[in-house]
Ligand binder design. Structure first.
Ligand code: GLY
Length: 373
C-alpha cells in the first residue's frame, strides 16, 4: 500500500481511539496502563520525567483536529507541572521532555505568555546544570553527596531543543553555547566509531576529565541500548536542524546507518542491539523514536538517499502497526511491548512516550505534525 494512504488510515485509527481515551483520562498524567487503564503520575510523582508526553499527545491531536477537549487537557497538564517547576530537587536534565511538549507547544500554538514564562524558567534551570569543566549537562540528581555530579547521558540530546528554543526566543547566545558544547561532548565521548552510542558517561565534575562509561539502561558496558541509539539519532538531527552545523547531521547519519543495519528481520526492535541471543525482550519506544528521527533525516539528505531513511522509518512503523498496536478502545494505550530498562525494571509494557512518538511519526507522514522539538 502507498505510504501516504497507509499513514492516513493509521491516523484515522489514532484519532478514533485517542478521542475516547482522552475523554475518560482527562484528569490524569499517564505513564503506563494497569489492566488497560492509564495510571496517574499527577498523584504518584509530579516530577517524573515523562509527565510532558500526554500533554504533547494532546497538542498533536489539537493541532490536527482543533477539538477543544485536547487543548483543555494539554493546558491542564502544563499547569499541573508548575508544582515540579517549584520543586528544586525534582528539576533535572529532562526539562526538555517535560516543557517542550507542554509549555513550548502551548506557546507555539497560542502565543500564551504564561507558557513562554514557564518554558524560559525551565530552560534557565537546564542551562544551570551545565558543567563548564567537562562541557556537559549534568543528567540526574543524587541524594546530595555529589555521586552523580559528573554523570551525563545520551538522552540529554533530546533535551537540548529547549535551550535552542530559548536561544531563538531571547537571542541570548548563552543557550546556544551550552547546547552545542554539550552536543560536542556527546559527539566525542558517547558516539563510538561504529555509530553506536554509550548510555552514561561519567566525568570528574571538578576537572572535567573522562572517567568511565556505563551500560545504564542497556545490557552492559559497551552494549547498545536501543532507546539510547534512538535518542542519539533523533537528538543529533535536532541539533543540526537548530544550528545548521553539518557535523551534527554527520553524527546523526552515523547513528542512523548503525541503527538501520541492526533492524531485525521482524522490524521489531530489541531492548539492546547487543543483548544475549536468547533474550527476546523488545522496546517499541525505540522503534517509534528512531522512526521520527529517520523521517527528519530523510528531509535533510539528497534525493537519492531519501529512500534509505524514509524506507527504514516506514519498516519500523509498519511493524509496530501490524504487530504492536492495540486498537481496542477499551484499552488506554496504543503501543505494546515497551521496555524501561534491560535490568531491574519492567519489560514489555505500555509507556506513554511510545504512544507519543508513534503518533508524532504518523503525523509527520500525514503532514499534521506540530513540530515540538
Ligand atoms: N530518558 C530515560 C529513558 O529513556 O528511559
Amino acid at each position: 500500500m502507498d505510504r501516504q494512504v497507509w499513514a492516513n488510515e493509521v491516523s484515522e485509527k489514532i484519532k478514533k481511539k485517542v478521542r475516547i481515551v482522552a475523554q475518560r483520562s482527562r484528569d490524569k498524567i499517564p505513564y503506563t496502563t494497569v489492566d488497560g487503564v492509564f495510571d496517574d503520575w499527577r498523584k504518584k510523582d509530579i516530577c517524573w520525567w515523562t509527565n510532558g508526553f500526554w500533554g504533547g499527545m494532546m497538542w498533536q491531536l489539537y493541532h490536527s483536529t482543533k477539538d477543544p477537549l485536547y487543548r483543555q487537557i494539554a493546558e491542564d497538564n502544563e499547569a499541573w507541572l508548575d508544582e515540579n517547576l517549584m520543586t528544586a530537587r525534582g528539576m533535572d536534565h529532562d526539562s526538555g521532555f517535560k516543557w517542550m511538549p507542554t509549555a513550548v507547544a502551548d506557546y507555539r500554538m497560542t502565543g500564551s505568555e504564561a507558557s513562554k514564562n514557564r518554558a524560559l524558567l525551565a530552560a534557565g534551570d537546564l542551562a544551570g546544570r551545565f558543567n563548564p569543566a567537562g562541557r556537559f549537562i549534568r543528567a540526574w540528581n543524587d541524594g546530595g553527596d555529589g555521586g552523580k555530579a559528573g554523570w551525563a547521558i545520551i538522552d540529554c540530546m533530546m533535551n537540548l531543543p529547549l535551550l535552542y528554543w530559548a536561544w531563538e526566543e531571547t537571542n541570548d547566545p548563552r543557550f546556544y553555547h551550552i547546547a552545542t558544547m554539550h552536543a560536542d561532548t556527546a559527539e566525542t565521548y558517547f558516539l563510538r566509531p561504529d555509530g553506536s552510542v554509550n548510555h552514561i558517561v561519567e566525568f570528574n565534575p571538578l576537572t572535567g576529565e573522562y572517567v568511565q562509561s556505563f551500560g545504564g539502561q542497556g545490557y552492559g558496558t559497551g552494549s547498545s541500548w536501543t532507546r539510547g541509539q534512538a535518542w542519539a539519532l533523533y537528538g543529533f538531527t535536532l541539533s543540526y536542524l537548530h544550528t545548521k552545523e553539518r557535523r551534527y547531521l554527520e553524527d546523526a547519519l552515523r547513528v542512523a546507518h548503525y541503527f538501520i543495519a541492526n533492524i531485525p528481520e521482524s522490524g521489531l526492535i530489541p531492548v539492546d542491539f547487543r543483548q544475549p541471543a536468547d533474550c527476546a525482550w523488545e522496546d517499541s519506544t525505540a522503534a517509534a523514536i528512531a522512526a521520527c528521527g529517520l523521517l527528519e533525516i530523510e528531509k535533510c539528505v539528497p534525493e537519492n538517499e531519501k529512500r534509505l531513511f524514509g524506507g527504514a522509518a516506514l519498516r519500523l512503523l509498519r511493524a509496530l502497526e501490524e504487530k504492536r498496536c492495540n486498537w481496542d478502545e477499551n484499552c488506554d494505550n496504543i503501543l505494546e511491548k515497551c521496555t524501561a530498562a534491560y535490568h531491574h525494571k519492567e519489560h514489555e509494557f505500555s509507556i506513554i512516550y511510545g504512544d507519543y512518538y508513534f503518533i508524532e511519526a504518523i503525523w509527520k507522514l500525514t503532514g499534521q505534525e506540530l513540530f515540538l522539538w
